[in-house]
Ligand binder design. Structure first.
Ligand code: CS2
Ligand code: MG
Length: 402
């Protein structure tokens, strides 16, 4: 059995998605997500110019060997462009193998460890009262877990506050838009938000919050401490994770659970945080961290240290990643939670899929493979449109972490 052809499909049904489709000489095909928000075309080039020529003629059943070939054999290891490309190949090959086996992907991984995948939705508002209402709306939709982000008084365009409510889309301009950040105002506001949320809705739902890399370690420790009465499920990306020692300082000051990893690409990015038990949830995902093959290595390693999974699932990850992630989630023993931002109806039409949402849980379907396809005719209606994520500056003009 051989890989006969592989092609990259770029489509923009509201936002850009890059999809790899691998076809075998027996007519079976598999698809993988290769979308890297704001840097989409670098992954397209990496795949078309450097990966696809090496794939043609290879045996698609040898998923592990192809992974090692692309990772070790590429010499220049890791990084988001390389790893998104490897992820796409790996996801497409697992899709093919599961289709050939006539099994949903989770069965090939070892079968279900649970019946359903608990997800968290995104409630956000321009101010405290709108955010409180939004959380209520998510509770009414049946969500068990809700991430709350709010506009902060005195800060224009705070992270996580969408224009259209259901479909938050930060990559909003052909060149990066500039936002202004003020940590003092943010730290002053966030405990009030969670105080109001617990006061209004009680403690039966999981609440989450994403600081999106904005804080220093000591600020993060202080915020975590002040949020303890509200029992968050997690505080995410409290500080940038390049320097992982920083998390020791945060841990010294708070028992609020910590989640990190949406921008990590390999087990090496996560190793120290996990084995030193400096985090509680690892947010690496299928598209960013080497596909199913590598993600399961990270999850197995994390299990030893009682760190659970909490995969990234923003709308810039295509339904292909969401489908594959759900098969992974339903299998992985140390599952924690799955992020779920709904895609637009246009995106859902480009990527027909069999996963379903019910009362706060997602369910992978039973179709052989990962259950997500691409409608190429539909995809062709939406050509690539340059779109960047914003950048952030402090009030004095210094660049900050967005
Ligand atoms: C975020 C993302 O979902 C999250 O937790 O941090 O919205 C992130 O900003 C985007 O995926 C960036 O592309
Ligand atoms: Mg995040």
């Amino acid at each position: 059995m051989k890989i006969e052809s592989a092609k990259v499909i770029v489509t923009c049904p509201g936002r850009n998605f890059v999809t790899l489709k691998i076809t075998t000489d027996q007519g079976v095909y598999g698809i993988g997500d290769a979308t890297l928000n704001g840097r989409e075309l670098s992954v397209v080039s990496y795949l078309e110019d450097h990966v696809i020529p090496c794939l043609i003629g290879k045996d698609p059943r040898r998923i592990e060997d192809i992974w090692q070939y692309l990772y070790r054999g590429g010499y220049w290891r890791r990084g988001p462009v390389t790893m998104s490309a490897i992820s796409a190949v790996d996801t497409a090959l697992w899709d093919i193998k599961a289709k050939m086996a006539g099994m949903p992907l989770y069965d090939l991984l070892g079968g279900k460890s649970r019946e359903a995948v608990m997800v968290y939705g995104h409630a956000n508002g321009i101010d405290l009262s709108e955010t409180v209402d939004e959380v209520g709306r998510y509770i009414d939709m049946g969500y068990r877990a809700i991430r709350a982000q709010s506009g902060v008084p005195g800060i224009k365009d705070a992270y996580g506050v969408g224009r259209g409510k259901m479909y938050y889309e930060p990559a909003d301009a052909a060149l990066p838009s500039e936002t202004v950040w003020d940590t003092r105002k943010y730290l002053n506001f966030v405990p009030k938000l969670f105080d109001k949320l617990r006061d209004t809705y009680g403690f039966d739902h999981h609440l989450l919050h994403d600081a999106h890399h904005r804080l220093t370690p000591i600020e993060a420790g202080s915020l975590g401490h002040r949020l303890e009465p509200y029992q968050l499920f997690w505080l995410e990306d409290a500080t940038p994770a390049e320097n992982q020692e920083a998390f020791k300082l945060i841990r010294q000051h708070t028992t609020t659970p910590l989640a990190v990893g949406e921008i990590f690409n390999t087990i090496w990015d996560a190793k120290d945080l996990i084995q030193n038990q400096l985090i509680d949830y690892i947010r690496t995902t299928v598209v960013r961290a080497g596909g199913i093959t590598h993600l399961r290595r990270i999850a197995d390693f994390a299990a030893i240290w009682q760190v659970r999974t909490g995969s990234h699932g923003a709308t810039d990850l295509s339904p292909v990643t969401m489908g594959a992630a759900l098969h992974f989630d339903v299998w992985v023993p140390n599952f924690g939670i799955q992020e779920y931002m709904r895609h637009t109806p246009e995106t859902d039409a480009v990527f027909p899929h069999d996963y379903t949402f019910d009362k706060g849980f997602l369910y992978p379907g039973e179709t052989p493979g990962h259950g997500v396809d691409i409608d190429e005719v539909e995809a062709a209606k939406y050509p690539y449109k340059p779109a960047y994520l914003p950048v952030a500056r402090l009030e004095d003009g210094s660049m900050w972490n967005w």
